[in-house]
Design a protein around this ligand. Structure first.
Ligand SMILES: [Zn+2]
Length: 384
């Protein structure tokens, strides 16, 4: 055992020596003592500043401040497609460019309400190369002609050779020649060059490009190449997975530490092959918005598999009944007539300081309470 008395004596000796040294310094050179004291105080204040601003902040979720809004636009025609506007402070963000060039007037009018004379889109995210996501981007007098894009983030791989795809590439490259930054999602995930995985949009809003296995591995399904994005507002999360299919969702869960989310954009327009339990059981969405035209035969005549499909509804119902469907669909399947009918219209999800709320242009009716649902879908047990 160490001699306790000896160690106490040693400690007090050291303390005494230190005191004596300080006294000597103060006596001999008061200026040096003052300088040392100032340095000591500066180090303490500096350390506290670093702790509060960097170390402590990393541990705590950022407080919710300001407003973040997601606008799922109804595209004004009978075709399914995604075109989602996101407003975060001064940042105007567009995810995808819809299904047909004919949606341009609708979309330009909508954006002008929020952007006014500002013709700059800070971030354009292009999830994948299917027509229903890029049509307005490659169009003449389209979005890339009308707006200046600062940063374009798009898919790393495509199997496409279509004209629509080539038109998109041509317009994108002109935008880059005119000064836009262009990164693939893979470059973002790898923080390659100026590309970033996480973009801090405001004090409390971040946009993260999630890792997707199919950014660097080929798939026979174009949908799996979808760029996946997570927005966070303080401790709230909002997930966009484009048209990612089941394999992609499985890998997304494995590769990312996904949180529970306030909002999930239904995968692939509410198709039966996306929004699977493997993903839903992790993200447990509170609100789900389906961007599609309800019940059209664009992809299938099987009514149960028309968007939003019965299988999708069965799966999402376990987590929430706050399911909204954008679109104006063409009622040609059900009654063989050309009249348009409305679901929710433009669906806007607003993350304000105190709450997350939903506001729709046509009606705020939940999918389960719509006349279309009651006629064409079976009510899942969770909604009974
Ligand atoms: Zn699609």
């Amino acid at each position: 055992m160490p001699n306790k008395n000896y160690s106490n004596k040693t400690n007090s000796k050291i303390k005494n020596t230190a005191k004596k040294t300080v006294k000597k310094v103060v006596k001999k050179s008061p200026v040096l003592a003052i300088v040392l004291a100032i340095i000591l105080i500066a180090v303490i204040i500096g350390g506290y500043f670093v702790y509060v601003n960097y170390i402590k902040k990393q541990d705590e979720p950022t407080a919710v401040s300001g407003e973040l809004s997601f606008h799922f636009m109804s595209l004004g025609n009978k075709y399914n497609g995604d075109c989602i506007y996101v407003k975060a402070g001064d940042n105007d963000i567009l995810i995808d460019g819809g299904s047909r060039a004919s949606s341009l007037p609708t979309v330009k009018q909508y954006l002008s309400e929020y952007m006014g004379e500002d013709k700059t889109i800070e971030y354009l995210i292009v999830t994948h190369a299917d027509e229903d996501h890029i049509a307005m981007l490659g169009a003449e007098n389209g979005i890339l002609d009308y707006y200046e894009c600062k940063t374009i983030i798009d898919f790393a791989i495509s199997n496409k050779t279509t004209q629509v795809y080539n038109r998109y590439l041509a317009k994108r490259d002109i935008e880059v020649e005119n000064g836009a930054q262009h990164f693939t999602a893979l470059q973002c995930v790898n923080n390659e060059g100026d590309a970033k995985k996480v973009y801090q949009l405001t004090d409390s809003v971040k946009m993260e490009i999630l890792n997707n296995y199919y950014y660097s591995n080929s798939s026979t399904d174009e949908n799996n190449y979808s760029v996946c994005t997570l927005f966070t507002h303080g401790d709230r999360n909002f997930l966009f997975t484009g048209d990612l299919e089941k394999d992609g969702e499985q890998k997304l869960v494995e590769l990312n530490n996904l949180p529970q989310v306030e909002l999930f954009k239904a995968g692939h327009h509410g198709s039966k092959t996306s929004s699977n339990e493997v993903l839903l059981s992790v993200i447990k969405p509170k609100i789900c918005v389906v961007s599609c035209t309800t019940g059209t035969n664009e992809y299938t005549d099987n009514i149960k598999n028309q968007f939003p499909t019965q299988d999708f509804i069965n799966r999402i119902s376990k987590y929430t009944d706050k399911v909204y469907v954008t679109s104006v669909g063409k009622d040609d399947i059900m009654e063989n007539k050309d009249e348009l009918f409305s679901m929710n219209g433009d669906v806007v999800v607003i993350s304000a300081e105190n709450e997350v709320k939903v506001s729709c242009s046509e009606s705020d009716t939940l999918l389960k309470d719509t006349a279309w649902f009651k006629e064409y879908r079976d009510t899942p047990i969770y909604w009974q």
